[in-house]
Write a protein that binds this ligand. Structure first.
Ligand SMILES: *Cc1c(COP(=O)(O)O)cnc(C)c1O
Length: 458
């Protein structure tokens, strides 16, 4: 089949995630056929540097035979069995052991699920169950953040703070509140990052007081917001948040679905920021995306209560700890460990990306270039004013399209351009990524500078 044939069938039958179905149908989707290392190849013969590691997940890059072999060997031996009703299988047991070994010391248990969204559904139920067991069932409220992302199931989207999602398919799960995000470039530039970070933590305390501390169960946040725009909080933010949570005896849920497994140069974002969370939802990079698997890492405080006082926990999924997925995840973690990937991100690739990516701040369209580990963002601004563009202009999407056409997957979140490449990217490939990102910025600027035609005015 040729590109056109795929596109016709795709438009006829396939409803894509997070997509304007009609607009895509008119444009036609891009068909990705194969991939190797950090590159994806489309059906038109284009080779594209995948600056997003798929959807933040292909941490070890494409074409890793060890992961394929782990999957096939397990599929032949035991393709499926469940972990319900007092049974398990070796891959689930070994993966649990490995995860706990890598997690912070106070975390010794994991509950397996199939995705990040299911992990956060599990979080919601575990948190409320925990407080009920502690004799405080009124502790029901969970506080999340505006522009946070915790998945797309009903619980995931309710915990997340994406307005556009809340606006469809509601009402959301009750007793979830949101506070402002620690997004300095977007919302705090009238003060220093450090003051702004403290102010955002103060918003948490204000919300707790508003809801009544006796009613608040947990605070959920990504160590660094991913889908919201690769937003690294000011250094003052997390210490202040931790202090508030401890003072009011509220659980911390660190959503590690993106930050986990090396993205920020530590095994978990919580280690980078020294968070000591009670619960850590994980997915994505857990298997480098080769097969779907997620989990919730459960700290001793919650796990001991669920185990000692809980009786049966009426929750689980058919594919919780699926043997082939678990086998791939285990091999993935072993490879990351054996190849020293996490240290390399922290000591070499992260600093190198920070230097090269940071150079883009010289570009007239760029108001800020930031990165941590192998996650980065560019804030696009109007070169005339240094202020952000009117949203309706869609400058970020324009830049993304130029980037894709120029051989780089760089995503846009509004007018924030983001990258999150595979953790096995080389210096040369980082150079290529930066060169292509700059070319996309140049093309965007040239397009904006063209005298408006009658068509574009209409
Ligand atoms: C992607 C993501 C999720 C949802 O994971 P899915 O596997 O898509 O359900 C949850 N939390 C964060 C932080 C994510 O980035």
């Amino acid at each position: 089949m040729k590109t056109r044939d795929y596109q016709v069938l795709d438009r006829a039958h396939h409803l894509h995630p997070f997509t304007d179905f009609k607009a895509l149908g008119e444009e036609g989707s891009r068909i990705i056929e194969r991939a190797e290392g950090v590159y994806i190849h489309d059906s038109e013969g284009n080779c594209i540097l995948d600056g997003m590691a798929g959807l933040w997940c292909v941490n070890l890059g494409y074409g890793r035979h060890e992961l394929v072999e782990a999957a096939t060997a397990q599929l032949e031996r035991l393709p499926y069995y469940n972990n319900f009703f007092k049974t398990t299988h070796p891959p689930a047991v070994k993966l649990a052991e490995k995860l706990v070994q890598l997690a912070p010391e106070h975390i010794n248990h994991v509950f397996f699920v199939g995705s990040g969204s299911e992990a956060n559904d599990t979080v919601l139920r575990m948190v409320r169950r925990y407080w009920a067991l502690k004799g405080r069932p009124q502790k029901q409220w969970i506080i999340g953040r505006e522009n946070g992302y915790h998945g797309s199931t009903l619980a995931g989207m309710s915990l997340g703070g994406m307005d556009v999602m809340h606006g469809q398919g509601g009402p959301c799960v009750p007793n979830i509140a949101h506070i402002r995000q620690p997004y300095w470039f977007g919302e705090g530039r009238d003060m220093s990052p450090e003051s702004f970070g403290r102010e955002c933590a103060a918003a948490l305390e204000a919300k707790i007081q508003e809801l009544g501390e006796e009613n608040v169960a947990a605070f959920i946040a990504e160590p660094v917001q991913g889908a919201g725009g690769a937003i690294m909080p000011p250094e003052s933010y997390w210490p202040a948040v931790k202090e508030v949570l401890a003072r009011y005896d509220i659980l911390l849920v660190a959503d590690e679905v993106i930050c986990g497994f090396g993205r920020l140069g530590e095994w978990f974002g919580s280690i980078h920021y020294d968070l000591k969370p009670d619960l850590m939802p994980i997915a994505k990079g857990l298997s480098s995306g080769y097969l779907p698997i997620g989990g919730v890492l459960v700290g001793d405080r919650v796990a001991d209560t669920l185990i000692e006082e809980g009786g049966e926990f009426f929750h689980g999924f058919t594919y919780s700890g699926h043997p082939a997925c678990a086998a791939v995840a285990l091999k993935n973690l072993e490879l990351i460990e054996a190849e020293g990937v996490v240290d390399r991100v922290r000591d070499d690739l992260g600093p190198y990306l920070a230097r090269r990516w940071g150079e883009l701040v010289e570009h007239p369209l760029v108001g800020e270039a930031r990165s941590l580990g192998l996650m980065g963002a560019l804030e696009l601004v109007d070169p005339e004013t240094g202020e952000r563009f009117d949203k309706v202009l869609g400058v970020g999407n324009l830049c993304r399209d130029f980037s894709f056409a120029g051989g780089l997957v760089m995503r846009s979140v509004g007018d924030t351009m983001i990258i999150s490449p595979p953790l096995v990217i080389t210096h040369n490939e980082i150079d290529e990524l930066v060169t292509k990102a700059r070319a996309a910025l140049d093309a965007t600027l040239a397009d904006l500078c063209q005298p408006a035609t009658e068509e574009s005015i209409a």
